[in-house]
Design a protein around this ligand. Structure first.
Ligand code: FAD
Length: 618
């Protein structure tokens, strides 16, 4: 007998779980969201911020698909900026400082107000499988819940171990119990489970910080909100502060390395850490010649005195943490409210997954977020919405699958990397991971993805119409710029003969606003926000047209392989390729020829051969 029956069960209400559960429920599936502590839904375990380079683009992608993260940070953020404004559009991205308490409260409210969605505060200990298919979950209270699909988003909680110096205790993150039983479910069913680690800095009492010794960093005005659907509004933005480590900080760390759970004689941490977001002791060991490191001092919210010294994450003992903090200008007298700590946890090898995030070993079971070896809220949320949509499609008995290509979204790049290459260290997104990054910009996520959001019922018709109208207007606008002639006497820059506004805009020193001052272009858009988006798009498309065209050409070649589907029953044994390649292909079960080509160990020369045999098979 079941204690409850659902279409979709989501295990975990972090950033992945919230997006997965909202997507499934909004698509009409009866959904349950299991969480260890329901007061900490959408908790920011570490940094109180959302976005950044590549990650900010992911948040816009989630928004274009009809997810919640962008709206949630817009409603609760305390500082908004566009990073890399002076650089090319491929690396520009929005970033916001969050009020972490308001952030989780609002997300909890959204979840509570969503139809078809129940929150269940119980720890899932086991997953019920029959005939290779998911049937439901069992909790630590012995309760059983039935489901057609289960999405696991357990974050850092699987056999989580918190470490401060040589002290260690069980925990999924500070003051929350670990989930100690679910890993053995995966091991029993043949999944590879391994350890990773991450860490977080102390939290400091702002009343004891001397900000006069730090550089102030303000947000942009007007605040550049994340969501395409957030109306412009004024908010009171709160500054962040920049200070640096000193030679004294480095001395303290070097002299105490023997007390580190990673570098000391008693190696408590064995998991691999985040290379690109290292602990302060990692930085001192790996970059011994660097004289100082940035420390960004960031507020944790509007109604708290807590500050987050970004860049000082550590798992050294508490007395060393105090010395480190007091050696930093402005923090000499700072009082620590919460200690820093390291955490080690289990993750499940993501090469066990299809690009839908469904596992290859059990039908109807999906993994998303940190459990797949990633790190970061945005990476987790991006996987969450994809897993949620696919779990809903599966639960509804549809044959359709939702897979994002590397040419369509950073989320697609990330999932493709995870499922084809696996992870050896916590996976984080960078622009350099994307081959077509000039196409995967933060400004055009709606162009790329709103069609899916609308198709799956996560965007309204009105929202989708806005996107279509935007890009139709961009086209018309560019055509008008081609027709408008600007004489040398009118030109904002020196020219010898009359040129079209379009030709002029291609010049790096000419901005669209300079041209519009001389020759206003009329468009029938009365929404100021939409108009600003259109102008941004026109400027990028005209200025970078050559590069964009080249990338589109590369995408056409990429798509040729990507569009060749490999039949489910295809027999690799008939193909004259090496035994190792056959084994790899049988294990990895690529869905397309393109995916097969990206697998480690598959030779480029084998792809045309495979292509011929797939064609014959059909
Ligand atoms: P989480 O946000 O961890 O959420 C997991 C959810 O699953 C929770 O709601 C939990 O209650 C629930 N849960 C787990 N197991 C069960 C179960 N069996 N039954 C029911 N519910 C369950 N990221 C960075 O980008 N940079 C950093 O510097 C960084 N440092 C970090 C430091 C620490 C100490 C921690 C804990 C995390 C850090 N992270 C960092 C990671 C970041 O918090 C995660 O990437 C992100 O939160 C992952 O989201 P998620 O949804 O996958 O999991």
């Amino acid at each position: 007998m079941w204690d409850g029956v659902y279409d979709v069960i989501v295990v975990g209400a972090g950033h992945a779980g919230c997006e997965a559960a909202l997507a499934a429920a909004r698509m009409g599936c009866k959904t349950a969201l299991f969480v260890i502590n329901s007061d900490r839904i959408a908790e920011m375990s570490c940094n109180p911020s959302i976005g950044g380079v590549a990650k900010g683009t992911v948040v816009r992608e989630i928004d274009a698909l009809g997810g919640e993260m962008a709206k949630n940070i817009d409603a609760t953020g305390i500082q908004f900026r566009i990073l890399n404004k002076k650089k090319g559009p491929a690396v520009r991205a929005p970033r916001a400082q969050a009020d972490k308490y308001a952030y989780r409260e609002r997300m909890k409210r959204v979840i509570e107000e969503t139809d078809n969605l129940d929150v269940v505060q119980q720890i899932v200990d086991d997953i019920i499988v029959e005939d290779g298919k998911v049937k439901g979950v069992v909790t630590h209270l012995g309760a059983k819940y039935g489901a057609k699909a289960v999405v696991v988003t357990a974050g850092t909680f699987l056999r989580g171990k918190i470490i401060i110096g040589f002290e260690e205790f069980e925990g999924g993150r500070m003051w929350e119990p670990a989930a100690n039983k679910l890993s053995s479910f995966y091991e029993r069913h043949g999944f590879r489970v391994a350890r990773l680690k991450t860490g977080t800095p102390v939290r400091i009492d702002g009343r004891t910080i001397d900000f006069s010794k730090m550089e102030r960093q303000d947000g942009d005005e007007p605040p550049p909100f994340f969501s395409y659907w957030t109306e412009p509004k004024e908010i009171e933005q709160i500054p962040c502060w920049l200070t640096y480590t000193t030679p004294e900080t480095h001395r303290i760390i070097r002299e105490n390395l023997h007390r580190s759970p990673m570098y000391g004689e008693c190696k408590l941490i064995t998991g691999v850490g985040v290379r690109y977001c290292p602990s302060i002791e990692d930085k001192i060991v790996k970059f011994p010649d660097k004289e100082r490191h940035h420390v960004f001092v960031e507020p944790e919210g509007r109604n708290t005195v807590e500050f987050y010294p970004n860049g000082t994450s550590t798992s050294l003992p508490y007395d060393v943490q105090e010395q480190i903090i007091h050696s930093i200008p402005g923090l000499e007298n700072a009082k620590i409210i919460k200690p820093a700590y390291g955490i080690e946890y289990d993750f499940v090898d993501p090469t066990h997954l299809y690009p839908t995030l469904e596992t290859k070993l059990i039908r109807g079971l999906f993994n998303a977020g940190q459990i797949n070896g990633t790190t970061g809220y945005e990476e987790a949320a991006g996987q969450g919405i994809v897993a949620g949509i696919n779990a809903a499609l599966y639960a509804m008995g549809k044959d359709e699958r939702f897979v994002l290509g590397r040419d369509e979204a950073y989320i697609g790049v990330m999932i493709d990397d995870l499922v084809n290459r696996g992870v050896r260290e916590p996976y984080r997104l960078f622009t350099s991971r994307a081959e077509y990054r000039l196409l995967l910009r933060y400004d055009n996520a709606d162009y790329r993805l709103a069609k899916y959001g609308y198709k799956f019922g996560l965007l309204t018709r009105e929202q989708y119409e806005r996107v279509k109208r935007k890009y139709e207007t961009v086209k018309v606008f560019i055509e008008k710029l081609k027709e408008i002639k600007i004489k040398p006497s009118e030109s904002p820059v020196e020219i010898k003969e009359t040129k079209s506004a379009y030709e002029l805009l291609k010049r790096p020193e000419v901005k669209l606003e300079d041209i519009l001052k001389v020759v206003p272009v009329k468009v029938s858009v009365d929404d100021e926000k939409l108009l600003r988006e259109i102008l941004e798009e026109v400027e990028i498309e005209v200025k970078y047209e050559g590069y964009i065209k080249r990338q589109l050409e590369e995408v056409r070649r990429f798509r040729k392989l990507e569009n060749v589907k490999i039949p489910k029953d295809f027999d690799y044994d008939v193909v004259p390729i090496s035994i190792e390649e056959k084994q790899k292909l049988k294990e990895m079960k690529p869905l397309t020829l393109g995916q097969a080509a990206r697998l480690e160990g598959i030779r480029p020369a084998s792809i045309p051969i495979l292509s011929i045999y797939i064609e014959k098979w059909k």
